[in-house]
Ligand binder design. Structure first.
Ligand SMILES: Nc1nc2c(ncn2[C@@H]2O[C@H](COP(=O)(O)OP(=O)(O)O)[C@@H](O)[C@H]2O)c(=O)[nH]1
Ligand SMILES: [Mg+2]
Length: 195
């Protein structure tokens, strides 16, 4: 499929099913902890500086944000999990919103699950991966901020993450940096393969 990535825009934000776009375009969802680099990933992939707002303040995005890419596919930015300062009630509401989207959305083709290459995956990262495997939702692991780790240590960090996640070797694992654009081509290849 030919996709003009420069023809991208934010389409809408939704809190539940009734607000999702009503068509059959394939969707790729982005999931990960607040601050892991989801918005930066979207901006990098779409060659934009500030389409998906990057913010130093984690946990600000509370809705599913749908990005239209050339009227052919969408990115869906899922609010970041693991933000300690939201109440239990808000976390539950968040959980139901994500779960509804991930388990019932027919447009969903794969989830790009972002983890920070520098650190062991958090309990939430592990839970998200287990959830996706359980529901047999195709997953692409993207390890962000690779520019912050010397190249010679990438393997060691990758292995540690895979071990902690109980990573299925049939899934994609991509080292990524929104600073150097490392992994951008591979990420696009993996995404286009799923849609
Ligand atoms: N060095 C570096 N910083 C990054 C990278 N990706 C994101 N960041 C920074 O990490 C912070 C959080 O990024 P953001 O994209 O807003 O994360 P989000 O909360 O997951 O959407 C920002 O200060 C970004 O500039 C990366 O690949 N390399
Ligand atoms: Mg964000």
């Amino acid at each position: 499929m030919e996709i003009n990535i420069h023809n991208a825009e934010i389409l809408l934000s939704a809190a539940n099913k009734s607000h999702y776009p009503q068509d059959e375009l394939p969707e790729i969802a982005l999931a990960g902890r607040s601050n892991v680099g989801k918005s930066s990933f979207i901006n990098t992939m779409l060659n934009r500086k500030n389409l998906a707002r990057t913010s130093g303040k984690p946990g600000k995005t509370q809705l599913l944000n749908f990005f239209n890419i050339d009227d052919k596919m969408r990115f869906v930015d899922v609010p970041g999990y693991g933000y300690a300062r939201v109440s239990k009630k808000e976390r539950e509401k968040w959980g139901r919103m994500i779960e509804e989207y991930l388990t019932t959305r027919e447009n969903l083709r794969a989830v790009v699950s972002l983890v920070d290459l520098r650190h062991d995956p958090s309990a939430d990262d592990v839970q998200m991966y287990e959830f996706l495997k359980y529901y047999e939702i195709p997953v692409i692991i993207v390890a962000t901020k690779a520019d912050k780790i010397p190249r010679g240590k990438w393997n060691k960090h990758e292995s540690a993450i895979k071990k902690k996640l109980n990573f299925d070797p049939s899934d994609d694992f991509i080292l990524f940096s929104s600073v150097s654009k490392e992994g951008m081509e591979k990420a696009w290849d993996a995404i286009l393969e799923k849609i």
